[in-house]
Design a protein around this ligand. Structure first.
Ligand code: TRP
Length: 332
């Protein structure tokens, strides 16, 4: 039997190379050997109060981008969270046993309180209960989580265990972290800092759907230093970043070539960046073409989300019926 895996995707902007190599590439493999549910967490994103058009466009963009990356609607169930109302019912039920103290202790909540003291809404506080509902609605065994989501996973486990204990029934499986086996590939940013991310500022990340001209411009502007002064010198972080980026998009020959130039103190960053830009463009071009095609094909996107919602609801309706019965919400 295949294991059930649930993964939520926040509809916030465009995917960059860091997202692709950090998670999505692994999702493609994960879906081959598991029963995967991928959903776009549009309710979660309401905590930040997007405009209706932004919300809709962001959902559409991430849907097109995940499909372009190879999330396969025939292999996996792909749906939009708000298409499955049973999740909101389970969220309500779980909230009755979610305590203020434990919700307030979640680090990401505390960060939000500090950073945006004027928008500490109940949705933010109960973000972990909604996440738990997302996952246990399908009685999932596993959730792929990054470092930043580990505490949320711990909360899901707490809520699932609490339900089982309260009703003296081994009903919900306790979800575990899905491990991707091999080391996760971390993609550095272009500004010399450690990680590619859009919050690090424009210019730091390269998007899968980005225009080649813009990619060239960003890479040519990437941070470097004054150059090596000794043979075989260790590379400082800013330079190592460029090499690390090369490792995921360029051929081994190219990397060896620039590595030798570095070691001989003959490297010219301009040349290296030109090559890197062309290799990034070749790598991203097929994604970009697919994203553009998919965003135009609303009929297809509608079909994918309708089929996804049907499949997701089949599983969700079954769970919520059983949960109601367990809780004592029963028909006369
Ligand atoms: N909170 C996750 C994120 O920020 C998105 C998410 C929502 C999620 N619900 C989920 C992830 C359920 C895994 C399972 O990336």
């Amino acid at each position: 039997m295949k294991e059930i895996v649930v993964s939520g995707i926040r509809p916030t902007g465009n995917l960059h190379l860091g997202n692709y190599f950090g998670a999505i590439k692994n999702f493609i493999k994960m879906q081959e050997s598991n029963e995967c549910y991928f959903f776009i967490a549009d309710w979660h994103s309401l905590t930040t109060h997007p405009t209706p058009n932004d919300l809709h466009n962001n959902v559409k963009t991430v849907l097109a981008e995940y499909l372009a990356c190879g999330i396969n609607p025939e292999e996996s169930t792909i749906y939009i969270q708000s298409d499955v109302p049973e999740i909101s019912e389970l969220y309500l039920l779980l909230n009755m046993n979610a305590y203020l103290g434990e919700l307030e202790r979640v680090t990401s909540f505390k960060d939000k309180v500090r950073k945006q003291p004027n928008n500490v809404n109940a949705g933010l506080l109960t973000y972990p209960t909604l996440m738990a509902a997302d996952v246990i609605i399908h009685k999932a065994a596993k959730v792929p989580v990054g470092k930043d989501q580990e505490q949320n996973l711990e909360m899901m486990r707490t809520f699932a265990r609490r339900f089982n204990r309260m009703y003296k029934e081994d009903y919900f499986p306790i979800p575990k972290a899905y491990n991707f086996g091999e080391q996760l590939v971390k993609i550095p940013g272009l500004d010399g800092s450690g990680k590619m991310g859009k919050s690090e500022g424009e210019g730091n990340a390269i998007y899968l759907g980005e225009d080649p001209k813009k990619i060239r411009k960003k890479i040519m502007k990437a941070k470097t230093d004054a150059g090596p002064t000794e043979m075989n010198q260790e590379k400082p972080d800013v330079i190592k970043n460029l090499f690390d980026l090369m490792k995921v998009v360029s051929t081994p020959d190219t990397i060896i070539h620039f590595d030798e130039l570095w070691n001989n103190c003959e490297i010219r960053y301009g040349d290296m960046k030109k090559q890197l830009a062309e290799d990034v463009i070749s790598f991203t071009a097929p994604f970009r073409d697919k994203i553009i095609d998919l965003e135009k094909d609303e009929d297809y996107l509608r079909k994918v989300t309708q089929i996804g919602a049907e499949k997701a609801r089949e599983s969700a309706v079954k769970t919520i019926k059983e949960v109601r019965n367990i809780i004592g919400i029963r028909k006369f």
